[in-house]
Design a protein around this ligand. Structure first.
Ligand code: SF4
Length: 398
């Protein structure tokens, strides 16, 4: 097996941070010595990648009986010891493995000597100083190179379209294998099995190299040298100094200096602009609050603020004893016990598995239309005509 997923070193100009350092080159040196903080989600993602690697090695690589036995042991050990493993991971990763198998079959159909590489170190240092990353899956056949990346998160899907991370992996793979294969087309696929989302971006190699030369190379040179302009934007979300960065603060405070046209009332156009500013300010305020709270917990005083004890609720220390005591009063059970109720669909899927639950509850699950929400125009969902037309008969307050 390859080096443990969680222990991998990251390049200063990592592929996963590319959107940040391409847009804000000095962020690379500014954050290089700040240690990474791993979240539960990141640990779960790492476990999912480990699991998928074992399954893919088993299904895609020819193994002799000894290797097969070793893989079976690794799989058993993973299942028995990994805290994140369960039916939900089993199903989601199987879906991902199915996609990879399908794409590999397509590569084989294009050329019988097509190869698959798993967890391959991809070196894109031709454009980015010391640049390398690890690609989950690389498929190479005559004419086409495909990179497949697993995202295990359940939040907002990350699209492969225009995605700098997967483009850098593609550059690394092309740079290493173009002398063996005549690669013209680059396919880049991101699979989000828990969101049922797969996106693929396709570029001709000339387009990818043009992007690398004109966008990546100059930004990487500045980032490596610790030069360039700080620029705040959506890429700040994953920056280690997002709470304390002055450039981000200046950008947000600039937004507050919005000038209103009419002294008394704002028109809808102005309201639209204010909503954008509000979103930006809310996310910044949350980052600053979290940072300040962490500082205060460590004993680093934030002037004008203090840490106090929050509200607390009474708790029963021994539920079994309390139940006996309540029983002894002769009270009807419904006056001291909660009625049993089903877990939510997400929890049921976690314990039973997505496909299994769909089979067990066939015909018993519906997806009612979601409540209308106001989102920026760039959101991919189709626009509703009006509440009256699209939601006639729905009662959203029920
Ligand atoms: S928070 Fe944003 S602007 Fe500030 S260094 Fe990080 S990426 Fe750049």
């Amino acid at each position: 097996m390859t080096q443990a997923h969680a222990e991998r070193a990251h390049a200063l100009l990592s592929a996963s941070g590319a959107s940040r350092w391409i847009n804000c080159p000095p962020s690379a040196r500014l954050t290089e010595h700040i240690p990474d903080t791993r979240s539960e989600y990141a640990n779960e993602g790492t476990a999912a990648h480990e699991f998928s690697e074992i399954l893919l090695r088993r299904s895609l690589y020819p193994c002799n009986s000894k290797e097969r036995e070793k893989l079976a042991d690794t799989l058993e050990h993973f299942k028995a010891t990994n805290q994140y493993y369960g039916p939900e991971m089993e199903n989601a990763i199987q879906d991902y493995v199915d996609v990879v198998n399908e794409r590999f079959m397509e590569s084989k159909a294009r050329s019988s000597d097509a190869v698959v590489l798993l967890e391959e170190r991809l070196d894109y240092s031709e454009w980015v100083p010391d640049g390398y990353g690890t690609g989950d899956v690389v498929l190479i056949s005559d004419g086409v190179l495909e990179i497949i990346d697993l995202k295990y998160g359940k939040g907002v899907p990350v699209s492969a379209v225009g995605n700098p991370q997967i483009r850098l992996y593609a550059l690394g793979a092309w740079s290493a294998y173009s002398y063996l294969y005549d690669i013209q087309e680059i396919r880049m696929t991101i699979v989000h099995p828990r969101l049922d989302d797969i996106s693929t971006d396709i570029l001709q190699i000339e387009e990818l190299v043009e992007w690398a030369e004109s966008v990546v190379k100059p930004a990487a040179a500045l980032a490596y040298a610790g030069e360039g302009e700080f620029k705040a934007g959506s890429h700040c979300r994953w920056c280690k100094v997002k709470a304390t960065c002055r450039a981000r603060a200046d950008e947000n405070l600039k937004a507050l200096a919005y000038e209103f046209r009419d002294p008394s009332l704002m028109d809808n156009e102005e309201i639209g602009s204010i909503l954008y500013i509000t979103e930006q300010l809310k996310s910044w305020a949350k980052d600053v609050e979290e940072y300040a709270f962490e500082q205060a917990k460590r004993g680093n005083k934030i002037p004008q603020w203090k840490l106090v004890e929050g509200r607390s609720n009474r708790v029963i220390t021994d539920k079994a004893a309390a139940r006996l005591a309540l029983e002894a009063t002769g009270l009807e059970t419904e006056k001291y016990l909660k009625p049993q109720e089903l877990l939510g669909i997400g929890d049921l899927e976690k314990y039973i598995g997505k496909k299994e639950l769909a089979a067990v509850l066939a015909g018993l699950v519906i997806k009612p239309p979601g409540k209308p929400v106001l989102v920026p125009e760039s959101d991919k969902r189709p626009e509703l005509n009006s509440i009256e037309e699209d939601f006639a008969g729905e009662d959203f307050d029920a």
